[in-house]
Structure formats: C-alpha cells, structure tokens
Design a protein around this ligand. Structure first.
Ligand SMILES: NC(=O)c1ccc[n+]([C@@H]2O[C@H](COP(=O)([O-])OP(=O)(O)OC[C@H]3O[C@@H](n4cnc5c(N)ncnc54)[C@H](O)[C@@H]3O)[C@@H](O)[C@H]2O)c1
Length: 315
C-alpha cells in the first residue's frame, strides 16, 4: 500500500488528483486542506481516502499527518488573480511558510517522493515562446502585490531544490499553465467570461484589448499529466503542465457566443498591472512521457459552460 499525502486536496486540481489516484486500490490517500478556498466535503471518505482539515502553516498538527507517508503532492496555496492583488501577505504566508513546513517534514520523515506545484506565473513575461522549463524566472517589480504569488512559487522551487538536494527524496517540480474545467473557482478568465455572458445581453467587458492569449489544459488531462510525471518523469526535474491549445480572449468570446447563441459587443478595459499578454508552454518534456491531452478546448469549454452557465445553483 502506498500512502500519498495531498495538501490543498479540497481545491480544483486537488479533488481531481484524489479522484484519479484513488482509482488505484494500492494507493491510500490522505487528503488535507484548510477549506479557505476549496472544500474537503466534496471528497468522499472511504477505506482508501482519509480526509482531514489541516492548515499547512500549523506545523505541529501537520507533523501528525506525516508519519509513514510515501509520497507528498503539495498543492496548498492561495490561488486566484484577485487574491494576489488583495491578499499578498496571505499568499506569501501560505506559499512560503506553509511550503517550508511541508518540505521540512518531507525531509524529517524521509518521504520518498515530493511533487511541488509551482506555476507558469513564475516565468512572468517569458523571453521565449513557447516557453521551456529552462526559461529564467523573475519578479519584474517587487512593489506590485501581484508578484506575491509568482514570488512565492519561485521561493517554493528554491526550497524544494535546495532543501532536498542531498536527501534521498526524489522531487518533481510542476509548472501548470491555465488548467480549466467545471468547478474551477470564480477568479479565472473562463468562469469570469461565462458568468458575465450569463448576466449581460448587449455588452461584455473584457480585461485588456482582447488580443491577450492563453493556452488551456482540461482538468482531467492536467491531472493525468501530473501523475505521469510523478510516476515516470525524470527525478529532480521541472515539467511544464499544459497544452498548445492557444486562444485569444476575443476568440474565446466568439466561441462562447456561438455555443450560447448570443450576440454581444465587446467592451475593452485596461489590463491588470503585471498581467502578461501571452503564455504558451513548450511541452516537449511532457510529450516524451507519452502524455497526450484527450479533451480539446471546445469540448472542455462546453463542459465548463454547462457548469457555470446552465447550472444556476453551482454558479
Ligand atoms: N489552476 C491552475 O491553472 C494552476 C496554474 C498554475 C499553478 N497552479 C497551482 O496548483 C495548485 C492547485 O491549484 P488549484 O487551481 O487547485 O487551486 P485551488 O485554490 O482550487 O486549490 C488550492 C487549495 O489549497 C487550499 N489551501 C490554501 N491555503 C491553505 C493552507 N494554509 N493549508 C491547507 N490548505 C490550504 C485551499 O483551500 C484550496 O482548496 C496550487 O498550488 C496552484 O498555485 C494552478
């Protein structure tokens, strides 16, 4: 039996990770979260899944969980662009202090594998597109609270690499790029656009001039890729998690309007300070692990629309 600890398990990616990993009956999942954004109630406890409310910043409580853990996926973080601007202290507290606690316990309890969830935000405005894992990481302006998040992820990577450098723990650093799907939370571009379209009949206010683009990966594909890296990836390396399904905001609005049979005029507004115009990961390393995304953007978008547009209660 492999005992796998997942922090931030009640969140968007965490829930799907619990779901996919628990399908292997040789895995025992210990799912923890403090429910600040996610919700552990959405995970069904059974003989293969233990659920516990734990804050990663509370080291002594966390210590009790760490006994006999074989693998740790560390997802707990304050995600959501709005939070980066409005709660930079909390972003740093969880991202730095919480991550340090987790890594120190990984060391102390000699956990065999550690999977750290960094982010495409660590690249900020990349020098190269598509962006490989060798791209430099940066904080363009320390005074901009947005970079509390990207900064915390850079620190998390440094902690992972340097604290685990001389240990037997194998580590894997992941840099996800725009994972999307039903129940992904509200503070991301797709739910925001879909919710706005639900309310408005004439105009749709977008952030930026509409030419900004992102490449999206559907939740089940992202988690499939994550597990592939953890099981078959090269140890002590970094992997982009994403797709080359790149779309401009104006294109997304056009597709949404077509699917929903709506006619709308786009209203542009200034882009958030520090937001980048384009993200496109190089996913050659991921492809070498024979990973293939199965859900294309239109199919995934339809599922996301079903959740945010048609299911009143959930949106
Ligand atoms: N969703 C994406 O597109 C994306 C992109 C890049 C990186 N990531 C990273 O992947 C991870 C998972 O992202 P997500 O989209 O599922 O975010 P999410 O916000 O849905 O999940 C994060 C979870 O961490 C929990 N958490 C926060 N503070 C905690 C604390 N102190 N103790 C315990 N739990 C705490 C939250 O309650 C939440 O359930 C995060 O580290 C995120 O930064 C996600």
């Amino acid at each position: 039996m492999k005992r796998i600890l997942i922090t931030g398990a009640g969140g968007f990616i965490g829930r799907e990770l619990v779901n996919q990993l628990s399908k292997n009956k040789k895995n025992k999942i210990i799912a923890i979260d403090n429910n600040i954004r996610g919700n552990l109630k959405s995970i069904d406890e059974n003989k293969n899944i233990i659920v516990e409310k734990v804050d990663v910043r509370k080291k002594e409580k966390l210590r009790k969980i760490f006994k006999n853990i074989d693998e740790c996926y560390h997802l707990a973080a304050i995600n959501g662009t709005k939070n980066f601007y409005e709660k930079p202290n909390l972003v740093l507290d969880v991202g730095v202090m919480g991550t340090l606690n987790v890594i120190e316990l990984v060391q102390e309890y000699k956990v065999k594998k550690f999977i750290y969830f960094s982010s495409s935000e660590a690249y900020q405005k990349p020098n190269f597109l598509p962006t490989t894992e060798r791209e430099e990481l940066k904080i363009p302006d320390v005074f901009n609270p947005r970079f509390s998040y990207g900064g915390s992820k850079i620190i998390g990577e440094l902690l992972t690499i340097n604290y685990l450098r001389n240990s037997k723990t194998k580590y894997y650093i992941l840099r996800p790029h725009n994972v999307y799907g039903p129940n992904m939370g509200g503070d991301h571009v797709l739910p925001e656009l879909i919710r706005k379209l639900k309310k408005s009949t004439k105009f749709l206010k977008i952030i930026g001039d509409g030419n900004d683009s992102r490449s999206f990966i559907f939740i089940s594909d992202a988690v499939n890729a994550i597990i592939k890296v953890a099981n078959n990836g090269a140890q002590n390396q970094i992997y982009n998690i994403g797709s080359n399904d790149e779309y401009k905001i104006t294109e997304i609005v056009r597709i949404l309007c077509k699917i929903l049979n709506k006619k709308i005029r786009i209203k542009k507004s200034p882009r958030h300070l520090g937001s980048v115009s384009k993200r496109l990961p190089d996913i050659k390393k991921l492809k070498k692990l024979k990973h293939k995304n199965k859900t294309n953007f239109i199919k995934g978008l339809r599922k996301t629309i079903d959740y945010y547009y048609f299911d009143e209660k959930q949106s």
